[in-house]
Design a protein around this ligand. Structure first.
Ligand SMILES: Cc1cc2nc3c(=O)[nH]c(=O)nc-3n(C[C@H](O)[C@H](O)[C@H](O)COP(=O)(O)OP(=O)(O)OC[C@H]3O[C@@H](n4cnc5c(N)ncnc54)[C@H](O)[C@@H]3O)c2cc1C
Length: 431
């Protein structure tokens, strides 16, 4: 089947990024970071702010992974509800982990304000939309759990959802006022610029090829140079490769694809997301959508997309937009792009200490704008000597996904299954 040309809305609308070059010498730093996405740049920025000489190696360009291509939805928390986190980790560690993940949007918007990052940041909340009555009941429980912890989260009736989103496809929802939106590529480029102002170096077009331990330091081999540092942070998430194959095998990389329309006409704008919130639904193959700064509807979902998705995959997205917003039928789709989401078996992000002076953070399950930024801060604090027990997030051993080599097939089969389950639920009257 023929493919559509890929072009990301974000790459067209982001201000130019910091100009960087490849590493061509033997470089030394106090801390080295592999990967220039939110995790790596947040870690590097926190380290640089603490006075450390830090150098970042990026295989391609700043934000070339998920950080430059995502939906820009700043979502508090992780997939698991707060009570579940406390059950998993126990009341003490669990409660601190809840506080850590809940504060993700605070950190994102604080960094944006402190460093003056120009990334169309809007903090007007995140809406989670119930695709069925059962999902609405689940959202009610989630709201109750967050409210018990003092968070500004409220349950929405069907009518309130229609008023806030302009779609009548959903049974209800929740509004989490802690969330918001950013232009994702502008945000990651902004972090890189802030790092530069704090003295941090970034080498682009510089893949880390091999990592070895020498006397008192790690040495990272790259195609035309090398970097040595006593501390190394691996921040390659779904794009992790052979540098640490055991780490790569802890996540399954699932493609996620997005489309953006032409700007929504003024006559319809007043009804579609008039408050500027981001929205995601509770379907098994979730759909997420928002408006950008020029009023384009941006919608994404996960699926079995090739690097260049088929026309069928693209039409699937057009269909989803029209199902949620029939009033947009006829409006042109102008941008198509995608990226890889790192999924973990337990749906939790992971912070690992692979060896003394070697840390890694990854596995945000599609919620990395806030959580990867938080993870960068946690990695930096651990690198600076905060004891693991005082971080506020558990440091866990590596748990590679069994039969990882088959995970591509597994991910595809899972997605087909979830698509079928969503279709059956719709046929039963539960959209
Ligand atoms: C289409 C899509 C939509 C999403 N939407 C949302 C959303 O709306 N809200 C949300 O919260 N989350 C969303 N996510 C998830 C979020 O984007 C990610 O969790 C987050 O960006 C992860 O950041 P990161 O820095 O860990 O990884 P990345 O941004 O993927 O960065 C990893 C970097 O490592 C580099 N790299 C890899 N190997 C090497 C090497 N050997 N040497 C040097 N560099 C290397 C890569 O080139 C890449 O730049 C979405 C993801 C996708 C793909």
């Amino acid at each position: 089947m023929p493919a559509v040309p890929l072009q990301s809305l974000w790459s067209v609308t982001a201000p130019a990024g910091r100009a960087c070059t490849a590493l061509t010498t033997a470089w030394r730093a106090q801390a080295a970071v592999i990967g220039a996405g939110y995790t790596g740049l947040s870690a590097a920025l926190h380290l640089a702010q603490a006075g450390r000489e830090v150098a970042v190696l990026e295989a391609a360009d700043i934000g070339a992974g998920a950080s430059g291509s995502n939906g820009g939805q700043v979502i508090p928390g992780v997939k698991d509800d707060p009570d579940t986190l406390e059950q998993i980790f126990g009341p003490d560690v669990g409660a601190r982990a809840v506080a850590t993940v809940a504060a993700g949007p605070d950190l994102v918007f604080e960094l944006i304000a402190r460093h003056g990052l120009r990334c169309d940041a809007v903090r007007s909340g995140w809406i989670q939309l119930a695709a069925s009555e059962a999902a609405r009941a689940q959202l009610a429980g989630r709201v109750e759990q967050w409210r018990r912890r003092g968070a500004a989260v409220e349950l929405l009736s069907r009518a309130e959802v229609v008023r806030l989103t302009g779609s009548d496809r959903y049974c209800g929802g929740l509004l989490d006022r802690r969330g918001g939106t950013v232009q994702p590529l502008s945000y990651v480029r902004g972090l890189a610029a802030a790092l530069g102002r704090c003295g941090g170096r970034i080498f682009t077009g510089t893949p880390a090829l091999k990592l070895t331990r020498t006397a008192g330091a790690w040495s990272i081999e790259t195609p035309r140079g090398s970097l040595s540092a006593p501390l190394v942070i691996i921040a390659t998430n779904a794009y992790s490769g052979a540098v640490r194959d055991d780490l790569r095998r802890t996540v399954v990389a699932v493609p996620s694809f997005q489309v953006a329309t032409a700007p929504v006409p003024a006559s319809l704008r007043a009804a579609i997301l008039p408050g500027g919130q981001a929205a995601s639904d509770t379907r098994r193959l979730l759909r997420y959508f928002r408006l950008d700064a020029s009023g384009r509807l941006v919608m994404g979902s996960r699926g079995t997309f090739a690097a260049v998705p088929s026309v069928r995959a693209v039409r699937h997205h057009y269909h989803a937009v029209h199902e949620i917003y029939p009033q947009l039928d006829g409006l042109a789709f102008e941008y198509h792009w995608g990226g890889l989401v790192a999924m973990t078996r337990d749906h939790l992000p992971h912070l690992h200490e692979l060896a003394p002076g070697l840390l890694a953070g990854l596995g945000y399950n599609g919620r990395g704008v806030a959580m990867a930024t938080v993870m960068g801060g946690l990695l930096a604090r651990r690198a600076l000597g905060t004891p693991a027990a005082e971080l506020g997030f558990p440091v866990t051993p590596l748990r590679p996904v069994p039969f990882h080599a088959l995970s591509g097939i597994g991910a595809r089969a899972t997605i087909q299954y979830l698509r079928l389950a969503d279709a059956l639920a719709r046929a039963r009257g539960n959209p």
